[in-house]
Design a protein around this ligand. Structure first.
Ligand code: ZN
Length: 271
């Protein structure tokens, strides 16, 4: 009995760690693009329901509230999400010729940013730089912002560590932000981050926490820097872990504002 119980418990635990994403509902399609970097495998799982009008991208595998909220959005309105899955951690970790490396997957989108990202965790290796560059290109090819016209990403943060106030004068991300608008009735950890002044003004009118990235923001290899360099309007819906309802509300506002500001984008995901 005890053994059987232990087995069930173990199975549940295994299932728990793997089943971090919401179950795929009936009619939802999925396909996987695999990136193999030595001993690290990243699965780009694309979930699609109905004819998609919107396409999301989630690049940190330990941030699930955004993915769950996107699934809920897609269930009612259709859409598609590319979810990067590599074991539920934040960083890419891999070996190369007997040495261990890691980097934040949101630091691999520019040539100059890749080594800066790797250096935060140890020495830089040319092979690893090349692998990261290739991974970024594969992710971008699948998401295809050139075709969509935009980048819509989902991130989650931890209570109090990072929020709209991180961008205020004197705080760590001051140089990253050009302008910001704060709704003081919202949790400061729940915000939209954009690279496009038109979207910034439109979100301001919706009275939500919103940050406009500065044109002088340091190149840290992040997707928002890539987007700015390539003049692709970028929206990050960044919400505290577990704030599911607020995440869904901000996703709905993000899509409404994106298509109102750029009506030509509203059919691109379906093409
Ligand atoms: Zn993130």
């Amino acid at each position: 009995m005890l053994r059987f119980g232990t087995l069930i418990l173990l199975t549940c635990l295994l299932f728990e760690t793997r089943a971090q994403h919401p179950p795929v509902f009936e009619g939802m399609r999925s396909d996987t693009t695999r990136i193999v970097m030595n001993d690290l495998t990243v699965n780009l799982v694309r979930y699609t329901y109905r004819t998609p009008k919107i396409q999301f991208l989630a690049i940190h595998d330990d941030e699930d509230t955004g993915v769950k909220a996107a699934f809920e959005y897609i269930r009612f309105s259709g859409g598609s999400i590319i979810d990067c899955q590599y074991g539920g951690s934040r960083n890419f970790r891999l070996s190369n010729q007997g040495e261990r490396f890691q980097t934040d997957p949101n630091s691999i989108y520019t040539k100059s940013g890749i080594p800066i990202g790797i250096q935060k965790y140890g020495p830089v290796d040319d092979d690893v730089v090349k692998l990261m560059d290739r991974a970024a290109k594969t992710i971008l090819k699948l998401y295809n912002p050139e075709k969509l016209g935009y980048i819509l990403t989902l991130h989650n943060n931890t209570d109090g560590d990072f929020g709209i106030s991180s961008y205020l004068k004197g705080y760590e991300l001051e140089t990253t932000a050009d302008s910001l608008h704060i709704n003081f009735s919202m949790d400061p950890d729940d915000l939209l981050f954009v690279t496009d002044p038109k979207l910034f003004s439109a979100f301001k009118k919706e009275n939500v926490n919103v940050v406009l990235q500065s044109e002088k923001a340091p190149d840290d290899g992040s997707l928002s820097i890539y987007a700015m360099k390539n003049k692709i309007p970028y929206i990050n819906v960044e919400v505290q872990h577990g704030h599911f309802d607020e995440n869904l509300r901000l996703i709905e506002i993000a899509i409404k504002v994106l298509f109102r500001t750029y009506p030509e984008f509203s059919q691109k995901a379906a093409e």
